[in-house]
Structure formats: C-alpha cells, structure tokens
Design a protein around this ligand. Structure first.
Ligand code: SF4
Length: 262
C-alpha cells in the first residue's frame, strides 16, 4: 500500500484551466515536432523552486518556481478558467485544423483531476474521436487505469529529481510509474537536468529505473531560454550517450524562448 500523502484534489470546481492554445508543435519528448493543441490545467502539487524561474505575481511579489509558474501559483488564479469539459471541447474546436491533431493535456499537474468525472469525459471524448492524447505529468499521484480508453493515453512522465528541490518521498512514486508503464508501455520518462547536476542526476535516474519496468528515458536540458538550453545541452547529450538515454531538446524554447501560448 502506498502511504504517500495524497495531494488535495480540487473537487469543488469543474475543471481549472490555465490556457488552451495551438495548433503548435509538441516541443519535447517522444512526439517532438508533432502538431498539437495544448490544454493546460491549473494547480500543481509541487513548486519546483529549484528550477529557478524568476517571476512576479499579479500583486508584485517576486518568487521562483518552474517555467509554468502561472499554472502552479494560486496568485494567478484570477486568470484561470473554471469550466466543464464541454466548454473545453468548444474552446478547442475553435482551434481545430482539418485533421486529427494531437491533444496534449498538460499543467500544472493534470492528474490532480484524474478522479474527476469531467476530466475522464474529456479524455474519453478525444480518444474515442481518434485523437492521440498525451498527458504530461510528474507521475507522483496514484491513479487507476481501469477503463479501456486509458490504454490509448501516452503518459509523458516528467519525474522530478532533487534539483527540483521537492522531497524524494513526494516526487518519486514508483507504484504510479510502474502502473502506468504496465498499462501503457509506450509511455516514457523525461528528466530535466542542469549542467552542474549531472553526476547526481545520473545516480538518481539509475536509482529510479532499476525499480520500474524497462522504458524509454529522455533527458532534457534545464532552461527557460535558448541561451540557458545552450549552456546545459552538451553535457546532457554526453550523459545520454554514456547511459543509452535519449537526449531531448526543447524545441519550443529554441524557437520562441519563454513566450507563452505558442
Ligand atoms: S511538477 Fe511541473 S508544473 Fe508542477 S511545479 Fe514542477 S515543473 Fe512546474
């Protein structure tokens, strides 16, 4: 039995959405370059202050978090939409091209909504209508994969290492990672690494992958700008070559830096 403290699930809302945008390309992971529409859920059970992206809240307080701080920090909640799945589908339909574009469910941490019926209705709608659905998650939350359509979800599991400054107990949930890989063998792990964290990252990744089923491991350079990616990328490439991981660039940052909604 997993005794991890379950994060608070926003049960009183319909679905909290930070932004819906596209068509654009998936910038990272297995499907990099694939045209996609993104649905970004608000709320996260982590802060990842170690990723050191500086920002200012609407009331002018300076903080650090990850590059999706506006979906994580509740100070931005006035910018979030509280809508049902049909309203999301309606918003997405305004962006839909004439082909079955991929749908990327991202965050924040979208699995906070897993038990919410509206969230399941949203997944089911796109999967049954022939869209490839990716969920980008930190894979820390227990979920049940008991519906047929769950088998069609690609989970891009961005499991956090200690450079996120989250605790080990919180950030690595071996049960959830294993459960996802057993049900969705195409799903994969993705780690964000900075140049001065290489040795520790190698140890921590090894420690995780020896406890889970075999899967693809992608490693990506930390950075919210092209310049930061350039600083970190060569050592990450060398780490990938050394261990047989796949190097994954961050194409959207290469092209658009930290610009939102593209
Ligand atoms: S888990 Fe992801 S979205 Fe949440 S704080 Fe960390 S990097 Fe940001």
């Amino acid at each position: 039995m997993n005794l991890q403290k379950r994060p608070k699930v926003p049960v009183t809302c319909m679905l909290n959405i930070n932004e819906i945008f596209g068509p654009t390309i998936q910038g990272e992971g297995k499907l990099v370059g694939t045209p996609s529409i993104f649905i970004r859920f608000a709320n996260c059970n982590f802060k990842c202050q170690g990723f050191n992206v500086e920002y200012e809240t609407p009331s002018g307080i300076k903080k650090v978090s990850c590059d999706s701080y506006y979906a994580v920090d509740k100070s931005f909640k006035n910018e979030w939409l509280n809508i049902n799945y049909k309203q999301i589908i309606n918003e997405v339909s305004k962006l839909m091209p004439d082909y079955k574009i991929d749908i990327v469910i991202t965050g924040g941490e979208p699995l906070l909504y897993w038990k919410h019926e509206e969230f399941q209705d949203l997944l089911k709608y796109y999967i049954l209508n022939g869209h490839k659905v990716t969920i980008e998650t930190n894979a820390s939350i227990d979920i049940e994969l008991d519906k047929d359509y769950h088998k069609n979800i690609l989970f891009s599991m961005s499991v956090k290492l200690s450079n996120s400054l989250e605790t080990l107990k919180k950030r690595v949930n071996i049960n959830t990672i294993t459960n996802i890989l057993k049900n969705n063998s195409e799903s994969y792990l993705k780690f964000v690494i900075n140049e001065d964290f290489i040795e520790k990252a190698e140890e921590e990744i090894e420690d995780i992958i020896k406890k889970i089923p075999i899967c693809c491991v992608y490693i990506m350079p930390l950075g919210n700008t092209n310049k930061e990616i350039n600083t970190n990328c060569e050592s990450i490439i060398n780490l990938a070559i050394k261990n047989g991981y796949k190097y994954c660039d961050r194409l959207h940052i290469r092209v658009w830096d930290s610009k939102r909604g593209v």
